[in-house]
Design a protein around this ligand. Structure first.
Ligand code: PEP
Ligand code: MN
Length: 352
């Protein structure tokens, strides 16, 4: 259910309505908008009759018929723009958010070498897994907390915001402490306990689409995070399983306009896992920008042949530089832009 407040409703009136909802044992989610504030209600099985219509400042109470509520554009018409305190970087605004870096943090030297190159080429976010969900229990599982410390150093040195994956409760707490964005991987998209816990963290959540998840299942996973009070969710299309065998996964770019139609949340594209092939990363990045994606997440490695994971799909720093030029040109056609690369001064200034 959704309570639509009058355009001139006061903060006090919004608060009083929220208190009334909570005192009925339900959860209130105030959603400020350009025109007016709305209050989403969750925790109810059907329509609740607690006399909200007659409260001061309330315009109407409406039933949200879609299974996802807080994720829906019906509840919030304006796009969600995620901001990062102390920086001018956003996700979901005019600028595309570009996240780049290796699949995994393998060593301090490896991570720093790639970070330096992607920062110079214009990425504002650095990716690198410290906890890796691997198909084989014998494959490299990540450096754990030591890897997170390296990522935190990278943020201080280059001003890059850190995106890294949490795989369970324990890593979630650690990732929230060290990083700026918590990645929930494709394999965990329906790990509902983990999603709920991520909904109680302070940092935004980057939620990757499950390998066989429908659009509705994907949006419901985001709803799990939001239902716990974390409204900063970034969706990520990373390819789904099909019969195609020329790529690792089939990158389903049509989900970008589909998400934008149904939801206010930003959606970015991962052409690295989406294709699994180095030579397809740049063409699919161009396509993602053209289809209106809010950003990209790209695997980059200075020595991909020796990478401990996903080397085959990791591009070289030179290729990333070219990708940024091409994506920048296409972004302009769809009225988007790439942010300026961080200068060394900004990089230091942002964290001083
Ligand atoms: C990754 O980003 O390295 C990763 C494991 O992604 P996904 O969960 O999409 O497979
Ligand atoms: Mn990877």
């Amino acid at each position: 259910m959704l309570v639509v407040m009058q355009a001139h409703a006061t903060e006090e009136q919004v608060r009083t309505v929220c208190e009334k909802i909570e005192s009925a044992g339900l959860r209130a989610h105030p959603i400020p908008g350009a025109q007016r504030t709305a209050i989403g209600i969750t925790g109810n099985q059907g329509m609740v009759e607690i006399g909200l219509e007659d409260m001061p400042g309330v315009q109407e109470v409406i039933r949200v018929s879609k299974p996802y509520k807080l994720v829906s554009r019906d509840v919030k018409a304006d796009n969600t723009v995620i901001t990062f305190p102390g920086t001018d970087t956003t996700v979901g605004g005019r600028d595309l958010a570009v996240i780049a870096g290796p699949c995994a943090v393998e060593s301090r030297e490896q991570a720093f070498a790639t970070a330096e190159r992607v920062a110079r080429a214009g990425a504002r976010f650095f990716r690198g897994g410290a906890f890796k969900p691997r198909t084989s229990p014998y494959a490299f599982q990540g450096m754990g907390e030591e890897g997170l410390k390296i990522l935190a150093e990278i943020r201080d040195r280059f001003g890059l915001l850190i995106v890294t994956e949490a795989v369970d409760y324990e890593s979630l707490e650690m990732v929230d402490k060290y990083a700026d964005v918590i990645q929930i991987g494709a394999r965990n998209m329906q790990n509902f306990a983990l999603l709920k816990r991520a909904g109680r963290m302070r940092n935004p959540v980057l939620l990757k689409r499950g390998m066989s998840a429908t659009l509705e299942e994907f949006l419901m996973a985001a709803e799990y995070v939001m239902s716990e009070g974390n409204y900063n969710v970034i969706l990520c299309e990373r390819g789904v399983r099909t019969f195609a065998d020329h790529t690792r996964n089939t990158l389903d770019l049509s989900i970008v306009p589909a998400v934008h139609r149904l939801s206010h949340l930003p959606i970015i594209v991962d052409p690295s896992h989406g294709t699994g092939k180095r030579n397809k990363v740049t063409p699919m990045s161009r396509a993602a920008a053209a289809v209106g994606a809010d950003g990209l997440i790209i695997e980059v490695h200075t020595d991909p042949d020796r990478a401990l994971s996903d080397g085959i799909q990791s591009i070289y720093p030179e290729q990333f530089e070219q990708l940024m030029r091409e994506v920048g040109a296409i972004a302009a056609v769809v009225h988007r832009s790439l942010p300026e690369p961080l200068t060394a001064k900004q990089a230091l200034g942002s964290r001083l």
